[in-house]
Design a protein around this ligand. Structure first.
Ligand code: FEO
Length: 388
């Protein structure tokens, strides 16, 4: 538990046991499910937590509330990492009113088989709720990250409760110094597909003064850090790269494709370029995807396998295109002993994305680097080093 302000307290929990967030993201540093209490004449709780932590959360809540009881539970997002303990909350505090929108209550009904709208409060975009000196405004944020999501703005202390937006992996406190990295992997992985909707909600927020952003995962963002956080969110949401440079993402069976990737990296560095190299088999896949969104250029280097793209490279491209990867320059290195054919197939997979340009030079490695493929790597390095 920690205080955001004198009247706003995070009663959420740290999950250090989870292996895969959303069933697919490795989180070796855990994740938090934040939940906030606002004290006033009326007491509000913002969101519940994952069902595995309901007891711990309710204990935190009881310690914070003392002899008082909550008046409202606001449900900003129904995904079960936040709604999983609503039933336990209602069992303990039956008089508390659930606050959500029309979609919220439909989804809660699907998950819990209970029509919480009956004794709940259904709000519309822009509706307000006064707690005494605090006043909340509900701001719908559809598809950030589900259709029912809404943010909540508290005007007396200028605090934005932002649901999943501005969230980050890692247990808060441990990870806040590396916010860009933990927030990027979270954002690109989970919300990256919905850039248009994120831009729309950022535009809505432009009229609000903010002293603090309180997301449902990870670190609260202090006033001094908000301009940077909003700026980098605008960049991510508009698919603008953070770095002018090249990510080289390779998969290699016997090391020859890796050697080609590393030679390209050296050649680019010699030309003054920023370069990062990732191993698509051994490095965390969601970090590789996040890094691809970070750099302005991408080279995928793959072995030909079963007459196609090596599985890790194929999945990498799928994970990019399903997140609306765009506005980048792409190059390819293919390898094969008797039939190197995967560059063409990789280009075809990228056809699902828009606003991409492709390097003219395709590096073809036949088993191992030779003079011809080394020259192609130098040509590709030249092409990627020109500003066009
Ligand atoms: Fe943290 Fe979309 O749930």
């Amino acid at each position: 538990m920690n205080n955001v302000t004198e009247d706003i307290i995070n009663v959420g929990v740290d999950d250090r046991k989870i292996d895969l967030f959303e069933g697919m993201y490795r989180v070796p540093d855990g994740i938090t499910y934040n939940s906030y209490v606002i004290y006033d004449d009326k007491i509000v709780v913002m969101d519940s937590v994952d069902a595995h932590f309901g007891e711990e959360w309710l204990d935190n809540l009881a310690k914070t509330l003392g002899d008082r009881e909550p008046d409202y539970l606001i449900v900003q997002h129904v995904e079960p990492d936040h709604s999983g303990s609503i039933k336990a909350f209602k069992d303990k505090y039956p008089r508390a009113v659930l606050v959500g929108n029309q979609k919220t209550f439909v989804m809660l009904g699907e998950y819990f088989g209970v029509d919480y709208a009956v004794n709940g409060m259904t709000v519309k975009n822009g509706d307000k709720l006064s707690l005494g000196k605090h006043e909340l405004t509900f701001l719908f944020a559809p598809m950030v990250h589900w259709p029912e999501v809404m943010f909540t703005y508290e005007s007396s202390e200028r605090v934005l409760f932002s649901a999943d937006a501005f969230g980050s992996f890692g247990v808060a406190g441990d990870s806040c110094a590396d916010w860009d990295d933990v927030a990027r992997r979270y954002y690109i992985g989970i919300v990256g597909k919905f850039g248009v909707q994120v831009q729309s909600v950022l535009n809505k927020l432009a009229g609000y003064e903010l002293s603090c952003i309180c997301p449902l995962h990870g670190c609260a963002i202090a006033e001094t850090d908000i301009p940077h956080a909003v700026e980098i969110y605008r960049r991510w949401a508009s698919y603008e790269p953070e770095i002018e440079g090249t990510l080289i993402a390779y998969s290699s069976v016997y090391g020859h494709t890796k050697e080609a990737a590393e030679l390209l990296g050296d050649e680019l560095k010699q030309r003054g370029g920023a370069v990062k190299i990732v191993d698509l088999v051994r490095d965390d896949w969601s970090e590789c995807v996040a890094q691809a969104f970070r750099y302005s250029k991408l080279v995928v280097a793959s072995t030909t396998y079963n007459g196609g793209i090596f599985p890790a490279a194929r999945e990498f491209i799928d994970r990019l295109t399903e997140r609306n990867f765009r506005r980048r320059k792409i190059g390819f290195i293919e390898n094969g002993t008797w039939a190197p054919v995967c560059a063409k197939q990789m280009a075809e997979k990228f056809a699902l994305a828009v606003d991409l340009t492709f390097a003219n030079t395709v590096v073809k490695v036949r088993s191992a680097l030779n003079e011809e493929s080394i020259n192609q790597i130098r040509e590709l390095a030249n092409e990627l080093s020109t500003h066009n």
